[in-house]
Design a protein around this ligand. Structure first.
Ligand SMILES: [Zn+2]
Length: 422
């Protein structure tokens, strides 16, 4: 069994970390304390062995569910599955529930109970409405295939829901479910007083908080920060996130929680102060920054989401979708604008060549506008797509976040497909 806390302590005590994510999706179970274990998966499962069977927080995805069940069965072969608690309804947290339900059914034990916030059910219906869109963005972001139902058909819906707080006992343990908005509007963080343990769901992911996500629904950074402060006030000894390693020790945990809160509070404050002064969104995203002292912390690196996307989300939350540029209120068709600019520039090839020159200086923001004008003016031009593909490949190599790499990488593959098509 790996000593996960030793790994965590090493990462937190050293500034010398490479740019690799800390999540280890190996389906390995580690016992963290007597009766408390943790399976590293996509998402992690936190497992409590009570006098009345097992209580499991999060079930991983449909791909990992059975492996997580097997690991837990190996750890506690005699215990029944009593309950699942969902920290939220994302498919990497509830997608493995079918494997738990099936395993409990095989044992002919009482039906497994499932706890979650009342908005989890609404999320499940939203997935019905937006099945295609969710497949498209996952394909763009993770390269997953796009067939079938986004939410696995055997995922269990919560059997017990709550609004703001729910407290229940299972065997010798108490579980306090706290509702807070943050990454989602259906998030629960769990306090288990007997262990002084917090199961944090996606409030903490060992990366810059996923509070920006360009392709997803609204996130709530200020409420997120408040939840982090509330967790810190519990003085936890164990902090068990749904992605990445667990953390032990009150002092270490509260420092991490307060830094995450600080970074979100500061982004909201700085963005709102410019909004209140009448700035356009474009000015704000080029002005509001996170101090590098914070961004360099091993758990705030922008490897998944990034601060600029959070600023966009804050704008959308408090402002709306109009960005302050009147031309964008009712924009021209992209192809009309592109043709006009290409003709002014002396042709779309000129635009594309200039885009490449600028890309070579490293200014990909500007270069990408120009190459998009070029291909929007001449949508089927193989040579332009070859340049476009190259520019986005160069950009992927320069970007830090998975979200930027996903979208720019997809753009490059789109152009590669166009070249092949002809
Ligand atoms: Zn997650």
């Amino acid at each position: 069994m790996t000593d996960l806390f030793a790994l965590t302590d090493k990462i937190l005590s050293s500034q010398d970390h490479d740019n690799k994510p800390f999540g280890r999706i190996n389906h390995e179970l580690s016992e963290l304390d007597d009766g408390l274990s943790f399976v590293e998966a996509f998402s992690n499962s936190v497992n409590f062995s009570t006098d009345d069977g097992l209580v499991i927080v999060d079930t991983s995805s449909i791909l990992g569910g059975q492996r997580v069940v097997d690991a837990i069965r190996h750890w506690r072969p005699e215990d029944r599955f009593n309950s699942l608690i969902y920290t939220h309804g994302h498919v990497d947290h509830v997608g493995g529930s079918g494997a738990f339900i099936a395993s409990a059914a095989e044992d002919k034990t009482p039906k497994i109970e499932i706890y979650g916030h009342e908005n989890v059910a609404q999320r499940f219906s939203r997935y019905d409405l937006t099945n295609g869109y969710n497949q498209v963005i996952n394909h763009r972001q993770f390269g997953t295939n796009m067939e079938g139902s986004f939410l696995p058909n055997d995922a269990g819906a919560p059997t017990t829901t709550y609004q703001t707080y729910l407290n229940f006992q299972k065997g010798d343990l108490d579980f306090e479910l706290n509702y807070a908005k943050g990454e989602t509007d259906d998030h629960t963080w769990i306090w288990v007083p007997q262990y002084k343990a917090i199961c944090a769901g996606d409030f903490f992911i060992w990366n810059f908080p996923n509070a920006g996500n360009p392709q997803k629904v609204q996130r709530f950074p200020l409420e997120w920060a408040a939840a982090m402060r509330e967790m810190a006030a519990k003085k936890p000894e164990y902090f068990l996130p749904a992605h990445g390693l667990p953390i032990r020790g009150c002092q270490q945990i509260t420092t991490v929680l307060n830094n995450c809160a600080l970074v979100l509070e500061t982004l909201v404050k700085d963005t709102l102060s410019m909004m209140n002064a009448g700035a356009r969104k474009n000015d704000i995203i080029h002005t509001v920054k996170v101090e590098s002292r914070l961004l360099d912390l091993p758990y705030l690196r922008p490897l998944y989401d990034e601060p600029e996307f959070v600023v966009n989300n804050i704008w959308r939350l408090y402002g709306g979708w109009y960005d302050g540029n009147p031309a964008n209120l009712k924009p021209a068709r992209e192809s009309s604008l592109a043709s006009e600019i290409a003709s002014l520039a002396g042709g779309s090839l000129k635009l594309a060549q200039r885009a490449m020159e600028i890309a070579e200086t490293g200014d990909f923001r500007l270069a990408c506008h120009l190459i998009e004008y070029a291909v929007n003016a001449s949508a089927n031009d193989k040579m332009l797509h070859a340049i476009r593909s190259k520019i986005y490949k160069m950009r992927v190599a320069e970007e830090s976040s998975l979200m930027s790499k996903g979208i720019f990488g997809h753009a490059s593959r789109e152009s590669d497909a166009k070249i092949k098509d002809q």
